[in-house]
Design a binder for this molecule. Structure first.
Ligand SMILES: C[S@@+](CC[C@H](N)C(=O)[O-])C[C@H]1O[C@@H](n2cnc3c(N)ncnc32)[C@H](O)[C@@H]1O
Length: 360
């Protein structure tokens, strides 16, 4: 097969398509995308199966921005009659000569219609897994390091079958990080920063990089969803916003609230580890300001959102980040940059930059 199945947020199919075309062509893999607006998935069909397989193996999945999950399709769209949805899947995976799969994920597009399939997906998983084991396609026990078989339901009657590899896929069901909203947090935005920490900072490094006692600055902080995440991790936070901060946060004694312009604020001392920024502003302007923070050595790490209300969102993000990276290179900053359209992001992406030369 020479098709990839790609998951994204509904409404971002064009960005997903632009991204796969861009990245695949950088590996000399060419093809075309099949997409429907607001379907939350895209199919990329390459002209050359071998080239696609190589790209699929070698391109680091974590570097995608808009693509939440990817799998190599194993068959054309399957008809799944409600009377027996299992037989067509077994027939397709046997025809594709699959074996040794360690995990089954029955998934669906993240759309309103798609979500109605969650019960079916759950119900189908156990009997389908049993049938796949009996057919020798899946290993007798779940094995997290073996290939993952994806059944992607488009409806109760149709679905795709894909394969992904745990060393280069999203470990999450549907490619989505589900988080519980903490009731004490002052805004739902809090989940964006929590997801960003989980996405970008390896757990074993949390104590050092997200631990107590670090100083943080939150630009565009009101009412305090992001500050809440920093306070929760015992950091001392300077919250910058003309708007009010939640009283519960102020009472912790860990927050200093300044009603000044986030684009003009400069820290007095070079003791700030994190600067985070959720200001609703032009993404070019935000990225430029975050570049200033990094180049001036005002912070060690930053997480910021780039709001993308415009068309051509993929091009906008890549252009802005290319400029930022050029500035960092020119300033001789050793950095690591990651960017992702997180599940809790809407018309925006989240960027993380770490200055790799440690000051702390
Ligand atoms: C999306 S809200 C931030 C939500 C916040 N992160 C939370 O989790 O509760 C954007 C905030 O940016 C602030 N803002 C926009 N431009 C700003 C500027 N130039 N300086 C400071 N704050 C600004 C707005 O007042 C607004 O409160």
């Amino acid at each position: 097969m020479k098709q990839l199945l790609l998951y994204c947020r509904a409404g971002f199919e064009k960005e997903c398509a632009a991204e796969i075309q861009d990245k695949a062509s950088s590996y000399d893999v060419f093809g075309f995308c099949k997409l429907t607006a607001n379907s939350a998935y895209v199919i990329f069909e390459a002209y050359d199966a071998d080239g696609l397989a190589e790209f699929y193996r070698d391109y680091p999945f974590e570097q995608f921005i808009f693509i939440r999950q990817w799998s190599l399709l194993q068959a054309e769209l399957l008809e799944l009659p409600p009377a027996d949805r299992i037989a067509p899947v077994i027939a397709a995976v046997l025809a594709a000569e699959l074996n040794g799969c360690g995990e089954l994920r029955v998934e669906y597009p993240e759309t309103n219609d798609g979500k109605t399939l969650s019960t079916l997906a759950r119900k189908l998983t156990v009997p389908l897994r049993q049938a796949l084991r009996q057919a020798g396609v899946m290993l007798p026990k779940e094995q997290k390091r073996a290939p993952v078989l994806h059944v992607f339901l488009l409806s109760g009657q149709q679905g795709y079958v894909g394969l992904s590899y745990p060393e280069n896929n999203s470990p999450l069901e549907n490619g989505i990080m589900r988080l519980k909203f903490p009731n004490e947090a002052p805004s739902r935005s809090t989940l964006k920063l929590e997801e960003a920490f989980l996405q970008f900072i390896p757990k074993p490094e949390w104590d050092k990089r997200l631990g107590g006692g670090l100083n943080a600055v939150d630009l565009g902080a009101s009412p305090g969803g992001w500050t809440y995440q920093l306070v929760k991790r015992s950091m001392m936070v300077t919250a910058i916003d003309n708007g009010p901060m939640a009283e519960s946060l102020m009472q912790t004694g860990q927050v200093k609230h300044l009603t000044v312009d986030g684009f003009k604020f400069e820290p007095q001392k070079k003791n700030v580890y994190w600067v985070v920024c959720d200001m609703i502003e032009q993404p070019q302007r935000v990225a430029e300001r975050m570049g200033d923070w990094l180049i001036n050595g005002w912070c060690q790490e930053t997480i910021f959102n780039l709001k993308l209300p415009m068309k051509k969102r993929y091009e906008t993000v890549t252009d802005i980040l290319a400029l930022l990276e050029q500035r960092l290179l020119d300033a001789d900053i050793k950095y690591r940059l990651q960017v992702k359209h997180l599940y809790h992001d809407r018309e925006e992406v989240t960027v993380h930059v770490q200055n790799r030369v440690l000051k702390f």
